[in-house]
Every structure is written in structure tokens, then in C-alpha cells.
Design a protein around this ligand. Structure first.
Ligand SMILES: NC(=O)C1=CN([C@@H]2O[C@H](COP(=O)(O)OP(=O)(O)OC[C@H]3O[C@@H](n4cnc5c(N)ncnc54)[C@H](OP(=O)(O)O)[C@@H]3O)[C@@H](O)[C@H]2O)C=CC1
Ligand SMILES: CC[C@](O)(C(C)=O)C(=O)O
Ligand SMILES: [Mg+2]
Ligand SMILES: [Mg+2]
Length: 330
């Protein structure tokens, strides 16, 4: 079994006398900044004037411009969207990266695909929570944690691993378990997971199930409950007890259907398609396409976003969720 690190294995004191700049206050940014602050670390948020700046202030954070925060900090965690990191890094962060500082990421995309080349006189590592930022915060507040990966790209100080683990503990991830990886492994597996299973695979499965029922004449509201709403409840059981734990709660009829129907949906061809995705990611084809999509103003991204926003499952879901105040839509 891989070596896992938990709270009791980590001494966070190594990071307690350092100033941490969290660059960006979005999904991951707000979670890292608030969790680290609540864990007793010295945190400053670096953002441009606007919504995030105001939100960070409202949350009681110390807030500066990106440049000021990078200059003030010993450890600089870049939590900007991947496609914005190169420009902000070059213009506002790189000039502040003096000897002995730490440059940190939550995803290896820009370093692994050559968009950012850090100088040799700093530590470079990543701490990547395996969950959405809003859940990193919510889980921390509940006294639990989202597991994370860490990887050392450059260890100038000789302390990079200890600092990375202290950071992971500070955001609550060592309550769930922290695992060492490489920039290559984190980048490839994260992109594969979100494309094949967690996001791409799941949303396509949900839409196909919903459309199949509605096109056959069944009520859209029922189709929404069956294919989207209940998915969370089933996945919660997998989260708690794995596949067997989930199967303990469902009927034997459902379990039999699970065994015999699953392989008619996820076929050998599906697995071949997954292998194709993995190859595109490994060979940099996906990264090249995503970088190009951004350089050309995101025409396809914007079109696809609009199409899915107006999908019937979204229209129906909005109305049904409005009647379920216990469903947290934040
Ligand atoms: N989303 C997630 O849960 C996960 C993300 N990651 C990784 O974490 C990193 C951050 O992702 P994520 O949290 O989704 O990012 P977000 O899209 O949520 O980041 C938005 C933040 O970036 C700021 N920002 C955007 N552009 C600029 C700019 N040009 N200058 C200054 N600030 C800017 C925004 O400020 P403003 O309000 O002013 O626009 C906002 O504060 C990425 O590397 C991602 O791959 C890793 C694990 C999970
Ligand atoms: C699953 C998507 C993710 O990789 C994540 C929340 O972990 C992301 O990039 O947002
Ligand atoms: Mg991920
Ligand atoms: Mg990701």
C-alpha cells in the first residue's frame, strides 16, 4: 500500500513562522485561505480589485494585490484558473520569487506542460486536494477533510516535503490522508479522472439517461429525480462504504440490474475511448487544445456551456430544487 500521511505524522510548526500568499480567491483559493487561517497560519490573499477582493475582505482575510502578496510572502500558492496562471505568473509573481521562497500549485498543469518554468533558487511543489474547493472548506468546517496529493518538483531548501505536508495539514487534508506523487502523475490522473469519470463521464451518463426516459414519454420531473437527484444519494453510499456498501442499501433487484446492465452501458468500446482520452492527455494533445481554445477566445467552450445551460434537465432541475430548500445550491 502507498505511504499515507495523517495529522499525527505531520509537524506543522515548520510553516507557522512563514507568510503564505494565496493567489486567487475562487473555489480552491477561498478554501485554502480560510482553512489555513483557521488552522493558525499567517495568510494573505492576493487578488485583483473586484468581486474576489471584496469577498476576501468580507471574510476577514488580509488582502493585497497579487504583486504585493507575492512580495510579502515566503510561500506563494497559485490558485488562479489554470489558463490564467502563465500570464499572472510572468507579470506579477515571477519578479517577487526571490531565493528561498516556495512556489506552490494545486494542479501540475502549467509546470508539467511547460507553460511555467520556475527559477532554480526556489522550492516548487504541489498540494492538490482531491475534491472541489467549496467542499474543501465545507468538509474542514465539519471537522473532517478532503484527501490530497503532494509532489515535490524542486527542493532547493531541503525542507520542501515537510512544508508541503504542513500545508496539507493546514487545509485539513491530512484528516483524510495525504499521498505523495509526481507532477506528471497528478496532472495526468486528475485530467483523466475529471474527463472520463467525475465530470465528463458522469454528466454525459446523466443526460443520456434523462433523455432516454423523456423521449420515451416519461415525465421530465420523474426523469430528473431518477437520473440526477438520486445519483448523489447513491454516490454518498459509495463514498461511505464503497461499491459493496452502496449495494447493501439497494434492493436485490437493483443489485442484479447493476451487475447485468452496467456492462451493457460501459462497454469495451467505452474503455477504449477512455484509453484514447488518457493517451491524448499523456501526449499533451488535450493541453494543447485547451491552451489554443483560450487563446482564440473560447468559442467552443462558450457554445457548449450555453447548450447545456438550456438543456431540459437544467430547466426542470432549477424548478424542483427551488422546492427543496434543504438542497444547498451555494
Ligand atoms: N476547482 C477545484 O475544486 C479544483 C481546482 N484545482 C486547481 O486549483 C487551481 C485553481 O482553480 P479554481 O479554484 O477552480 O479557480 P477559480 O476559477 O475558482 O479561480 C478564480 C479566482 O482567480 C481569480 N483570477 C482569475 N483571473 C485572474 C487574474 N487575471 N488576475 C488575478 N486574479 C484572477 C479570480 O478573481 P476575480 O474574482 O477577480 O475574477 C478568482 O479569485 C487550478 O490550478 C485548478 O486546476 C485543483 C483541485 C480542485
Ligand atoms: C473533478 C474536477 C477537479 O479536478 C477537482 C474538483 O478535483 C477540478 O479540476 O476542478
Ligand atoms: Mg481534481
Ligand atoms: Mg482538475
Amino acid at each position: 500500500m502507498a505511504k499515507m500521511y495523517y495529522n499525527q505524522d505531520i509537524n506543522e510548526e515548520i510553516l507557522k513562522d512563514k507568510k503564505i500568499a494565496i493567489i486567487g480567491y475562487g473555489s480552491q483559493g477561498h478554501a485554502h485561505a480560510r482553512n489555513l487561517k483557521d488552522s493558525g497560519f499567517d495568510v494573505v490573499v492576493g487578488v485583483r480589485p473586484g468581486g474576489s477582493f471584496d469577498q476576501a475582505k468580507e471574510d476577514g482575510m488580509e488582502v493585497m494585490t497579487v504583486k504585493e502578496a507575492a512580495e510579502a510572502a515566503d510561500l506563494i500558492m497559485i490558485l488562479l484558473p489554470d489558463e490564467r496562471q502563465k500570464q499572472v505568473y510572468e507579470e506579477e509573481i515571477a519578479p517577487a520569487l526571490t531565493e528561498g521562497k516556495s512556489l506552490v500549485f494545486a494542479h501540475g498543469f502549467n509546470v508539467h506542460f511547460g507553460q511555467i518554468t520556475p527559477p532554480e533558487n526556489v522550492d516548487v511543489f504541489l498540494v492538490a486536494p482531491k475534491g472541489p474547493g467549496h467542499l474543501v472548506r465545507r468538509t474542514y468546517e465539519a471537522g473532517a477533510g478532503v484527501p490530497a496529493l503532494f509532489a515535490i518538483y524542486q527542493d532547493k531548501s531541503g525542507e520542501a516535503k515537510d512544508v508541503a505536508l504542513a500545508y496539507a495539514k493546514g487545509i485539513g487534508s491530512a484528516r483524510g490522508g495525504v499521498l505523495e506523487t509526481t507532477f506528471e502523475e497528478e496532472t495526468v490522473t486528475d485530467l483523466f479522472g475529471e474527463q472520463a469519470v467525475l465530470c465528463g463521464g458522469t454528466t454525459a451518463l446523466v443526460k443520456a439517461g434523462f433523455e432516454t426516459l423523456v423521449e420515451a414519454g416519461y415525465q421530465p420531473e420523474l426523469a430528473y429525480f431518477e437520473t440526477l437527484h438520486e445519483l448523489k444519494l447513491i454516490v454518498d453510499l459509495m463514498y461511505e462504504g464503497g461499491l459493496s456498501g452502496m449495494r447493501y442499501s439497494i434492493s436485490d433487484t437493483a443489485e442484479w440490474g447493476d451487475y447485468v446492465a452496467g456492462e451493457r452501458i460501459v462497454t469495451d468500446a467505452t474503455k477504449e475511448a477512455m484509453k484514447g482520452l488518457l493517451t491524448d492527455i499523456q501526449e499533451g494533445k488535450f493541453a494543447k487544445g485547451w491552451i489554443n481554445e483560450n487563446e482564440t477566445g473560447r468559442p467552443t467552450f462558450n457554445k457548449m456551456k450555453e447548450v447545456d445551460k438550456t438543456h431540459q434537465i437544467e430547466e426542470v432541475g432549477k424548478k424542483l430544487r427551488a422546492m427543496m430548500p434543504f438542497v444547498n445550491q451555494k
